[in-house]
Design a protein around this ligand. Structure first.
Ligand code: NAD
Ligand code: G3P
Length: 423
C-alpha cells in the first residue's frame, strides 16, 4: 500500500498487518490475562517451525540488532509469468497498492525469452507493463516489476506466490533450496503433482519440503483470459492450519470480480485443481469425436467421482464439501467447456490420435503449457504403483489414449467396469 508505515513496535507479519484484531479471536481464553507480546512468545514456542503461525515472528527477523524496524511491510513475489501468472500478478498488484500492510512493488520472476524483434521479454514487460507473450493487451499494474533472476526476485519477499507449469517446479525448488531466509509464507497456484518413487507428491508439499516453508494453495474455475478482463469468478484457498494465514491470502487476491473462499483442506483443494486437468482431456476427446452434450456430462460426472475417490484414498482427511467449492465442480465445468487441455485434446481426437500432443501443444498454445497429459501419466503411475488401476477407468483410459495404446473412442468404453462400490 502507499501509506507510509508507523514506527515498528509490534512484531510484523502479513497477518498482523492484515487485521491485528483477528488474532485475538484465536487466543485460547486462558491466555487473555497475558500481555500480547508474552502471548506471542509462548504461543510460538509451542508451534512447529513450519506452522503458519510462525509467520507472526516475521517482523522479528526484520528488526536489526538495536530492535529498529528495518522493513515492516510484506513484500510479495510472483514466481511465474505465464498467462495465469500474469493475471495473478495483476490481482495481487492492485491489492498491494491499496493495502497499507504491503509494499507497493510486486516482483514477478520471468523465465527469460527473446521475442522475435530481439527484445527480452522482461524488458518489454517493464517498458509496456504488459506480458506480450502470455497476456498481451492487459496492463499488469505499474507496480509489477519483471525480474529474470530467480534468486534476486525472491530475496526480499516474505510472501511467495508460485504459479508456473508443474513440470518446472522441481527445478525451481532446487534452485531456491537454502536461499529462502527468515519467516516466509508461500501459496501455490500450480495445478499438478510430482510422482516420486514413494508416490505422488503435491506441489505445495514439494515447496514446503524443499524450501522449509508453509505453503497454502489457490485453485478454482479460473480461465486466465476471462479474469484478465475482470469477468466475475470464484476461487478457493486451501490452507493447512492457520486461518489467519488463509485470510491474508484471501485479502491479497480478492477483488470485486474475484471472490476467494478459504477452506481448511489443502490436499483436497490441490487435488481438485490437479485431477480436473485429466477430466478436461477426456472431455476434449468427446468433443473431438462429436459425441454430444450428454456424453460430455457423463464424462464430467465420472471424472468428478474419480477425482473425489482418488483424493480420499490418497488423503483420508479430504472433505466431501471441498468438491462443491470453486476448486471442485466449478473447475471441472469451466475446464471441460473452455480450457486449453480440452481444446488440444479435441484436436488430438479429430486427428484420430495421429498427431502427438507435443506437436499440437506447440502449434496451438504459443508457448503455453498443457498440464493434463503429464498429469494423466503421473496419475497412471500412481494407480499402477498402488494397484488401484481398475478402480479408476476414466483416469487410466485417458493416459492410454494419450500415448496411443487406445483409440480416442475408448473414452466411452466402460463395459468392463461396473459401478464400483468403493468409489
Ligand atoms: N492459464 C490458466 O487459465 C490457468 C488458470 C488457473 C491455473 N493455471 C495453472 O497455473 C500454472 C501456470 O500456468 P500458466 O497458464 O501461468 O502458464 P502458461 O502455460 O501460460 O505459460 C508457460 C510458462 O512456462 C514458462 N516456462 C517455459 N519454459 C520454462 C522453464 N524451462 N522453466 C520455467 N518456466 C518455463 C514460460 O515462460 C511461461 O511463463 C499451471 O499449473 C496451470 O495449470 C492456469
Ligand atoms: O486452460 P486449462 O485447461 O489449462 O485450464 C485453465 C484453468 O485451470 C481453469 O480453471
Amino acid at each position: 500500500g502507499n501509506r507510509s508505515h508507523p514506527t515498528c513496535r509490534l512484531s510484523q507479519s502479513p497477518i498482523l498487518h492484515a487485521n491485528p484484531f483477528l488474532i485475538l479471536s484465536y487466543l485460547p481464553p486462558s491466555l487473555f490475562s497475558f500481555s500480547f507480546s508474552s502471548f506471542s512468545l509462548s504461543y510460538l514456542s509451542l508451534d512447529s517451525p513450519l506452522s503458519p503461525v510462525s509467520a507472526m515472528s516475521h517482523a522479528k527477523s526484520r528488526e536489526d540488532a538495536n530492535g529498529e524496524c528495518r522493513d515492516s511491510k510484506s513484500r510479495v513475489t510472483i514466481v511465474g509469468s505465464g498467462s495465469w501468472g500474469s493475471v495473478a500478478a495483476k490481482l495481487v498488484a492492485s491489492n498491494a497498492l491499496k493495502l497499507p500492510s504491503f509494499h507497493d512493488e510486486v516482483r514477478m520472476w520471468v523465465f527469460e525469452e527473446v521475442l522475435p524483434n530481439g527484445e527480452k521479454l522482461t524488458d518489454v514487460i517493464n517498458k509496456t507493463n504488459e506480458n506480450a507473450n502470455y497476456l498481451p493487451g492487459i496492463k499488469l499494474g505499474r507496480n509489477v516489476v519483471a525480474d529474470p533472476d530467480l534468486e534476486n526476485a525472491v530475496k526480499e519477499a516474505n510472501m511467495l506466490v508460485f504459479v508456473t507449469p508443474h513440470q518446472f517446479m522441481d527445478g525451481i525448488c532446487k534452485k531456491l533450496k537454502g536461499k529462502i531466509k527468515g519467516e516466509v509464507e508461500a501459496i501455490s497456484l500450480v495445478k499438478g503433482m510430482e510422482v516420486k518413487k514413494e508416490g505422488p507428491c503435491m506441489i505445495s508439499n514439494l515447496i514446503s519440503k524443499e524450501l522449509g516453508i508453509n505453503c497454502s494453495v489457490l485453485m478454482g474455475a479460473n480461465i486466465a483470459n476471462e479474469i484478465a478482463v475482470e469477468k466475475f469468478s470464484e476461487a478457493t484457498v486451501g490452507y493447512r492450519e492457520s486461518r489467519e494465514i488463509a485470510d491474508t491470502w484471501v485479502q491479497l487476491f480478492s477483488t470485486p470480480y474475484f471472490m476467494v473462499t478459504p477452506v481448511r483442506d489443502v490436499e483436497g483443494v490441490e487435488l481438485c485443481g490437479t485431477l480436473k486437468n485429466v477430466v478436461a482431456i477426456a472431455a476434449g476427446f468427446v468433443d473431438g469425436l462429436e459425441m454430444g452434450n450428454n456424453t460430455k456430462a457423463a464424462i464430467m460426472r465420472i471424472g468428478l467421482r474419480e477425482m473425489k475417490a482418488l483424493s480420499k484414498l490418497l488423503f483420508p482427511s479430504v472433505k466431501d464439501s471441498t468438491f462443491f467449492e470453486s476448486c471442485g465442480v466449478a473447475d471441472v465445468i469451466t475446464t471441460c467447456l473452455g480450457g486449453r487441455n480440452r481444446r488440444v485434446a479435441e484436436a488430438f481426437a479429430q486427428s484420430g490420435g495421429k498427431r502427438s500432443f507435443d506437436e499440437l501443444e506447440a502449434e496451438m498454445l504459443e508457448g503455453q503449457k498443457l498440464q493434463g497429459v503429464s498429469t494423466a501419466r503421473e496419475v497412471y503411475e500412481a494407480l499402477n504403483h498402488r494397484g488401484w488401476m481398475e478402480m479408476f477407468p476414466l483416469f487410466s483410459t485417458v493416459h492410454q489414449i494419450c500415448i496411443g495404446r487406445l483409440k480416442p473412442d475408448a473414452i466411452v468404453n466402460y463395459r468392463n467396469f461396473g459401478p464400483n462400490p468403493k468409489l
